[in-house]
Design a protein around this ligand. Structure first.
Ligand SMILES: Cc1ncc(C[n+]2csc(CCOP(=O)(O)OP(=O)(O)O)c2C)c(N)n1
Length: 620
């Protein structure tokens, strides 16, 4: 029974509602989020936790001019529902539909297109500084979770904001959880803050009394401000934030709209950097999401039948962590690091918790930590999603490659990730790692090859990265030759064309070869295995024998694997007969992985069509 939500066409409509109606609206919004996420998939827990918080924010501010920046943005569904996107909500995360994250193309209410953690305080501070410099007069609010606030970038921004004294409200949305439980000393500190309710009442009273003290000018005002701050700090448990230059308020109950509204009204015109600590419950209103935070952080869409070739096959991620755990059972020096994505090393974590490090959403630190572990004689394997490894590019250069350290980077979700969209597609890693001296880059076609690559990478004692996609692992191929550094594998031979495929594209290339055979074309398929060092000898020799060649990669064409082949051929074989298939130079929208692969011609039919076209052009 929804009767209020259909009347909400803009946040102005929220402001007209009474408190009971706002609470009823919160219930309706929860129902709508659960309904749509059940069918389309999406971030359930975080969105159910921020319903009242979002309503109260829109009630107290005017975000058609004020600015609201969500950290990550995976909690923005209520915001979408009440900022004119209710009717499209049905299309959430579907190709051509609403994005699952804030998106500046979608709405003026979204100042940024986001999906990565830790950035909101920085970008909000920039907005606030801009407002102050341009005398714009808009308020700026950043909402950041207790997991994301521990990211380096968030800390850098807090540090800067506190020193600038710019007007900025940071809402700390504390639900005690990241994807799994929040980790780190800061998380312990927030627990202490949460457990001091009586203290907070006292603080609130004294805060009011302090605010009643007369407003004075000049030095007297400064002196009084100091005294007020000293009293506040000495009686408040938000000391750490206060020491960083923030006024700290809270913790308040993030599900009591009345209290939220009162507090926002109180803090809105305070001036200077303010941090409001709001306690919410992840998954609120949905029993399973309330009790299984990790599993229900993000949920898959209603069961769609899997492609026949991957039906009932385990995922690459699970296979990786199981094989790594097996390797670690034989070698006590092997350790893993992940950054708040516990699934990527789950099997390892279960068996060897003492050798598994999770510093939270801190990719830069994760790489630095690996450098230290490697120097101490351990064999660290850092497992990160491709898109999040981007956050640690310089650490890979400076802390690992420049030192020539034996760190293995497992690049999970390398390629098109599907409905999370452009913030999450992992398509740049080949390009941003390929030019780093000392680095070895490889990608397996199947799980047995991944196991061999992993063993080899750990044994080589040098910087290595292995990429694998967000997908079910394909059926193991009948043979898996030994993995030799910089050596490719020829899977089938034919005179009509050469397909050089990398990693996840090897199986589609083999299927394309089958299709081509039916059309009378006999092609060679090379499993490149390495993007660096490239098997130049094998590639050049095959190029000589083939009238045309197609490189296929699930990554950006600019600077990617195909570029490496072109560079290799430029010296001797010539490049005119080489075509490249991969991700073009634009951000790829959201959609299912299958839809996106098809759109980019990275499925068997697309590869076969590209080969045929190349052959036709060559024949002219
Ligand atoms: C740079 C980066 N690393 C990892 C992630 C994956 N990620 C998405 S949400 C999330 C947890 C965020 O926790 P918190 O800020 O507490 O918000 P909550 O999910 O609890 O609402 C993580 C790790 C990400 N989005 N960006």
């Amino acid at each position: 029974m929804t009767d209020i939500l259909p009347t909400i066409n803009s946040p102005e409509d929220i402001k007209k509602l009474s408190l009971p109606k706002l609470n009823a609206l919160a219930d309706e919004i929860r129902e709508e989020i659960i309904r749509v996420v059940n069918s389309n998939g999406g971030h359930l827990g975080s969105n159910l936790g921020t319903v009242e918080l979002t309503l109260a924010l829109h009630y107290c501010y005017d975000f058609s001019k004020d600015r609201l920046v969500w950290d990550v943005g995976h909690q923005c569904y209520t915001h979408k529902l009440i900022t004119g996107r209710r009717e499209q909500f049905e299309t959430l995360r579907r190709m051509g539909g609403l994005s699952g994250f804030p998106n500046k193309e979608e709405s003026d209410f979204d100042p940024f297109t986001t999906g990565h953690s830790g950035a909101a305080i920085s970008t909000a501070l920039g907005l606030a500084c801009g407002e102050s410099a341009m005398k714009g007069g808009r308020s700026v609010v950043a909402v950041v979770g207790d997991g994301a606030i521990a990211a380096g970038m968030a800390f850098e921004a807090l540090n800067h904001a506190g020193s600038l004294g710019t007007d900025l409200l940071v809402v700390l949305n504390d639900n005690k959880m990241s994807i799994s439980k929040s980790v780190g000393a800061l998380s312990g500190y927030l627990t202490q803050l949460r457990s001091a309710p009586v203290y907070m009442e006292l603080k609130k009273e004294i805060g009011h009394v302090l605010d009643l003290l007369p407003i004075l000018g000049g030095q007297m005002k400064q002196a009084l401000d100091h005294i007020k701050d000293a009293i506040r700090n000495s009686i408040t448990p938000g000391r750490m934030f206060a020491d960083l230059g923030f006024r700290y308020y809270g913790p308040i109950d993030g599900h009591r709209i009345e209290e939220l509204i009162e507090t926002f009204k109180d803090v809105k015109d305070l001036g200077g950097p303010t941090l409001l600590h709001v306690v919410t419950e992840k998954g609120r209103g949905h029993e399973e999401a309330q009790n299984h935070h990790h599993r229900m952080h993000a949920v898959a869409p209603e069961k769609v039948p899997a492609r026949p070739e991957v039906q009932d096959r385990p995922g690459w991620t699970a296979m990786f962590s199981e094989h790594l755990a097996e390797i670690a059972a034989e070698d006590p020096a092997v350790a893993t690091i992940t950054a708040a994505m516990p699934d990527v090393t789950a099997a390892f974590q279960q068996r060897f918790p003492n050798r598994c490090f999770d510093p939270g959403i801190c990719e830069q630190h994760a790489i630095g930590l690996a450098a230290g572990l490697a120097t101490a004689g351990m064999k660290p394997v850092v497992a990160l999603y491709s898109t999040f490894l981007q956050r640690a590019y310089d650490q890979v250069f400076h802390e690992i490659c420049l030192q020539g350290l034996p760190v293995v980077i497992a690049i999970d979700r390398a390629g098109l990730v599907g409905s999370d969209g452009p913030t999450h597609h992992g398509v740049f890693d080949i390009a941003y790692l390929r030019h780093l001296p000392e680095m070895t880059l490889m990608a397996p076609k199947d799980v047995p090859e991944m196991r061999k690559m992993l063993e080899a990478a750990i044994a080589w004692r040098r910087p290595c990265a292995i990429r694998y996609p967000r997908d079910s692992a394909p059926e193991d191929s009948p043979r898996c030759s030994p993995v030799e550094r910089g050596k490719a594998e020829i899977l089938r031979e034919g005179p009509d064309a050469l397909i050089v495929a990398y990693g996840s594209m090897v199986f589609p290339a083999m299927r394309a070869a089958d299709m081509l055979q039916e059309d009378g074309l006999d092609v060679t398929v090379m499993n490149a295995r390495f993007a660096k060092p490239l098997d130049e000898e094998a590639i050049l020799s095959c190029l000589e024998k083939s009238p045309v060649a197609i490189t296929v990669e699930e990554g950006a064409l600019a600077g990617g694997f195909g570029s490496a082949v072109l560079e290799c051929a430029a010296g001797s074989a010539g490049t005119t007969r080489i075509r490249r298939l991969g991700v073009p130079d634009r951000f790829i929208e959201h959609g299912s992985r299958e839809e996106l692969l098809e759109m980019l011609g990275l499925n068997p039919a697309g590869i076969a069509a590209a080969v045929k076209q190349a052959v036709r052009e060559e024949d002219k």
